[in-house]
Design a protein. Structure first.
Length: 107
């Protein structure tokens, strides 16, 4: 006798995937490696690509504005760049955690 069901297995929807994900993992992945890695864990592709676009724009703006800068201003430019990426990581981490909480509360 077969234990397999004849019914096809339904794929989980977006909210089920988010509710099943560990919010702390998504938050940690957005902070430590940064740049939206937690969104990959949550399978939130649009949020990942938006975060990638912001990070790329930040790098390009820093490179464009830093061209021809004096050597003493280079350290300040690097600090501004790092702070910007840390802010991006903090915002995406908070957002990833809040989305998991919202989906779980709605369930």
């Amino acid at each position: 006798m077969s234990s397999q069901s004849s019914e096809p297995m339904a794929l989980p929807n977006r909210d089920q995937v988010l509710a099943a994900s560990a919010g702390w993992v998504a938050v940690l992945l957005n902070v430590l490696p940064g740049l939206g890695a937690g969104y990959l864990y949550q399978r939130r592709w649009k949020a990942y690509w938006i975060t990638s676009a912001f990070a790329t724009a930040w790098f390009v703006a820093g490179a464009a504005l830093g061209q021809g800068a004096a050597a003493d201003a280079e350290t300040q430019n690097q600090l501004v760049g790092l702070v910007g990426l840390l802010v991006l990581a903090a915002v995406t981490a908070a957002e990833a955690g809040l989305v998991v909480k919202r989906v779980r509360d709605a369930s």
